[in-house]
Design a protein around this ligand. Structure first.
Ligand code: ASP
Length: 353
């Protein structure tokens, strides 16, 4: 009787033990742990805050932007799923965006005041705090790849202009004729901004109304942040800068701590927006510092710097970030920001406004 009672009690308490155990050790469960839901992987990209405004966006154009962002985010994520370093994922996604005329980086770079294209980029390894940056390039097809070469193949952190291009040759990095970067759309944007500059009263801000207030006439940059399976964070940013920039102007994208930052102890950040403000605030490093010294969660950290500090100073733009646990932070104070990330189910999510 006592034995029967014990058996009944056991069956009541653990009725599904055998099948539950089988489930736990089944292939399906193991696959799930190694699959897209793996919380240790994190990947976010942006295509800049220079979005085509809602009013001017057509369904066809929006489809094009969404498709390219999805292609880039999936390409980077595939690299992470293959167990490769976050730096590889960042570079792979950024190269796709650089090769597209849709974004202000690489092929789609905006024009300087004197009708040229000058490209900037940077990359950072959160594990070692190694970094590479390039600025004022006129002939390098994929500036992010040169930035990575500066980090990995030289004793320096930053190279500019002709010197950087000379280094590119030594590294067999592809150079193109400067004409490669000429696109009708960016040329027209420069003409509109020049016309507006001529007409507006001296000293008034580029933010004032008219053609320049269309974000796509002023901004644009691409970037990516990644957390790989080893817990290493990486960030990269690439840009043509701001339309109508003058006299060798360099923005925040190639400035480590302003437009790009990665530190395994905190997060990886890539920024887009009015570069001068991002440099003055040291935006990317500031976000990392809030997490390091004040233990702030990532979304609160990005909002504090973008929605409070940047806003207050009169700047414009946004950031993407990922922390060491794979949590994502996205913040912007512009009408939109082209962006895409991999959600908890391992699916790509693309957003614009
Ligand atoms: N931050 C870039 C720069 O100032 C431009 C942008 O992100 O739109 O060069």
């Amino acid at each position: 009787m006592k034995r029967l009672f014990t058996l009944v009690l056991l069956l009541t308490l653990f009725p599904f033990v055998p099948s539950g155990f089988a489930q736990r050790s089944s292939g399906a469960e193991i696959k799930q742990l190694q699959g897209p839901q793996d919380p240790r992987l994190g990947f976010v990209i942006h295509g800049g805050v220079g979005v085509v405004s809602r009013a001017s966006m057509t369904p066809e154009k929006e489809k094009e932007y969404r498709a390219k962002l999805e292609e880039a985010v999936l390409a980077g994520y595939k690299v992470l799923q293959a167990g490769k370093p976050g730096l590889d994922a960042v570079e792979a996604a950024i190269r796709i965006l650089e090769d597209s005329p849709l974004f202000n980086a690489g092929k789609g770079a905006v024009f300087t005041n004197d009708g040229k294209n000058e490209l900037d980029a940077s990359i950072m390894d959160g594990k070692t705090l190694a970094a590479g940056a390039v600025a004022g390039l006129r002939r390098v097809k994929n500036p992010i790849t040169l930035a990575r070469a500066v980090m990995e193949k030289s004793p320096h952190v930053m190279m500019v202009g002709e010197g950087a291009e000379k280094f590119a040759i030594t590294q067999n990095i592809q150079l193109v004729d400067p004409k490669y970067f000429w696109t009708q759309e960016r040329w027209d944007a420069l003409q509109r901004v020049l016309k507006e500059e001529k007409e507006k009263p001296k000293g008034s801000s580029a933010k004032a109304g008219g053609a320049a207030s269309e974000p796509s006439n002023r901004f644009g940059t691409v970037g990516a942040v990644a957390l790989d399976k080893d817990g290493n964070l990486a960030a990269g940013t690439s840009t043509g800068g701001m339309t109508n920039k003058k006299f060798g102007r360099v923005g925040d994208a190639p400035i480590i701590g302003a437009g790009t930052y990665a530190n395994n102890a905190t997060c990886a950040v890539s920024a887009t927006g009015w570069g001068e403000y991002f440099i003055r605030l040291g935006v990317a490093r500031d976000i990392s510092a809030l997490m390091e010294y004040r233990a702030m969660p990532i979304q609160q950290a990005v909002d504090t710097v973008i929605k409070q500090k940047l806003q207050k100073l009169g700047g414009d733009g946004g950031v993407i970030a990922v922390d060491k646990f794979g949590n994502i932070g996205i913040s912007f104070i512009t009408e939109g920001m082209y962006r895409a990330y991999i959600n908890a189910e391992g699916k790509p999510v693309v957003e614009i406004y």
